[in-house]
Write a protein that binds this ligand. Structure first.
Ligand code: ATP
Ligand code: MG
Length: 560
């Protein structure tokens, strides 16, 4: 049998799965899972894992489960459970009726632990956490057996039942696997399987349990109970694979899943560990998990990223087993490419300079036609109002400039995009001598086309002063000035103090007045923007800059 896959780029896991299916090791269909711990919001690294697990299931007509790995109730909560589901769905993936919680298996996990005890493969240990550490040995020295290692099966069974019944305080006992204290792999030196935790209310099981299974024990059994064929995780779990296999071999689970590792996504100029993201949120160093500067899915969504652009990014970075650092520019390139195709064009002026057209009637008004997408007539057009006073971008005017300056100068001409040619006749200054206004004249014969022989310097964007919508615009820069904040002693030292610049008094064409939050537009010549979802009931809608039109990061790096 030959298995064909879709057009997604092939990687080593495709080859492994195809071999497994062709050889019959896996009778098929394949089953994968995405197993987040609900102790924070998902980030772009998780998106890689989501696209990989759900993508492989799609490629091989298999299934992918969503499973919450919820064995640390003191760090988890329902808000995270809900945000994770919303984010996976938003990315475009569907687990159908296969939403699971490791806590669904607590009873079965308990019974399997009894099986280990009965077979002499696990024991209750009374050493303190510190003593266990002391007994564990080092990478070069073997560990020492716990004095409790040879407890009888009956005593272990009895103590385990009493642990569950709540007779012992936190930390006084653990259930440990009886494997090998001399193993060169530290994970195999009698790892803990269960610990006692009183007084926490689990978001799924409430107060039903005061003992909780460890991740390394829970994960393989959960995989087996769900019939997972390919359990895919990041490389830091490679050393845990022998323990994964040991657990699967020592309890009577219905099937034997295999674990495969790939390298995690590291993105330059940001952090991705949930502990660090939690710190940023907890210490108000950002405005929440969905702050548009955060590498979280919720942050990227609020910033204006599309699910398609994130999936494209995950496809471009590929799946390997070697460590690497991906440039933020690659993520930006993906959203730019996506929005270039589909975002409607609009005009917005970020730093307005008023222009008075002295030869235009005082109360005159025209509605000019403008294409929504110059290369895509099928996207239609809208009308934009024009009148005697318009705003242009401050940086589109210079009093005098060389011919290379393709914008407005005193005495020079430019075309207003979709409108007339204007000439600057006079500069008006405020008391401080700063330019506050330009007096210009327009040429009524120039609408639509340049008259024969007429040379204007360039075409600039503008917004009617009378009709324009005044708004705030958030300009985001990278959250960190350090390429690898993780390498710093305190990652917070690497934060960029100027990661958010708020511009006030920006003017947008009226078609942008009531657009829904999140819908992206290209402000011509300026960048891609969307209305911020956090400002839904604000009086004036704030807009977020999603990304610049060109790769400003590459430009910045080139200057450095
Ligand atoms: P922490 O940030 O504390 O290490 P975590 O990111 O591993 O936590 P989990 O909820 O356990 O959090 O992750 C769920 C899945 O996502 C795991 O299978 C994990 O391997 C994967 N994952 C996490 N971070 C990345 C990343 N940067 N790149 C690819 N996959 C990742
Ligand atoms: Mg983890």
């Amino acid at each position: 049998m030959t298995i064909e896959t879709t057009s997604r780029p092939e990687h080593f896991l495709h080859r492994i799965i195809r071999e497994d299916l062709e050889s019959g090791r896996v009778p098929g269909p394949i089953v994968t899972r995405f197993p987040p711990e609900p102790n924070g919001f998902l980030h772009i690294g998780h998106a890689k894992s989501i696209c990989l697990n759900f993508g492989l299931a799609e490629d091989f007509s298999g299934r992918c489960n969503l499973r919450f790995d919820d064995t640390n109730p003191h760090k988890e909560n329902l808000e995270f459970v809900e945000s994770i589901q919303a984010d996976v769905r938003w990315l475009g993936y569907d687990w159908e009726d296969r939403l699971y919680f490791a806590s669904d298996y607590f009873e079965q996990l308990y019974v399997f632990a009894q099986e280990l005890i009965r077979n002499g493969d696990a024991y209750i240990c009374d050493l303190t956490a510190e003593e266990i550490r002391e007994h564990r040995g080092t990478l070069t020295e073997p560990g020492r057996n716990s004095p409790y290692r040879e407890r009888s099966v009956d005593e272990n069974m009895d103590l385990f039942a009493r642990m569950r019944a709540g007779e012992f305080p936190d930390g006084s006992k653990v259930l440990r696997a009886k494997i090998d204290m001399a193993s060169p792999n530290m994970n195999m030196r009698d790892p803990a399987l269960y610990r006692i935790r009183h007084g926490v209310i689990h978001h799924q099981t409430g107060e039903a349990w005061c003992i909780y299974p460890m991740y390394d024990y829970t994960h393989p059994i959960s995989d087996a109970l769900e019939g997972i064929t390919h359990s895919i995780c990041t490389l830091e779990f490679e050393d845990h694979r022998p323990l994964y296999d040991w657990v699967i071999q020592h309890v009577s689970v219905p099937c034997r899943p295999h674990q495969y590792e790939f390298s995690r996504l590291n993105l330059a100029y940001t952090v991705m560990s949930k502990r660090k993201l939690t710190t940023l949120v907890g210490e108000n160093l950002v405005a929440g998990w969905d702050d548009p500067r955060m590498p979280t899915i919720a942050g990227l969504r609020r910033r204006g990223y599309t699910p398609e652009s994130i999936r494209e990014f995950c496809s471009r970075i590929g799946v390997t087993r070697s460590d690497n650092l991906v440039e933020m520019g690659m993520l930006e390139d993906c959203i730019r490419g996506d929005l270039n195709e589909r975002a409607h064009r609009r005009m917005g002026v970020l730093r307005p300079l008023r222009i008075v057209l002295t030869n235009y009637p005082e109360d005159g008004e025209e509605w000019l036609s403008a294409a929504n997408h110059p290369q895509k007539p099928e996207l239609g057009e809208r009308k934009i109002p024009f009148c005697r006073e318009v705003y242009i971008e401050h940086e589109d005017f210079m009093e005098t400039a060389s011919k290379k300056f393709k914008r407005l100068v005193l005495g020079g001409e430019v075309r207003l995009r979709y409108g007339y040619v204007i000439r600057c006749d006079e500069i008006v200054r405020d008391a401080a001598g700063e330019i506050s206004e330009l007096r210009c004249t327009y040429d009524p014969d120039t609408l639509g086309a340049d008259p024969e022989g007429r040379k204007v310097r360039g075409v600039i964007h503008w917004v009617s002063a009378r009709h324009g919508v005044e708004t705030e615009v958030n300009l985001y820069d990278r959250l960190f000035v350090e390429e690898s904040p993780d390498a710093l002693e305190d990652f917070r030292q690497g934060l960029n103090p100027d990661s958010l610049q708020v511009l006030e008094g920006c003017r947008l064409e009226p078609a942008l007045a009531d657009v829904p939050a999140g819908e992206a537009f290209q402000f011509e010549r300026v960048g891609y923007f969307c209305r911020d979802s956090g400002s839904a009931d604000a009086k004036r809608p704030a807009f977020n800059r999603i990304v610049t039109l060109r790769d400003s990061w590459a430009k910045i790096s080139a200057q450095e």
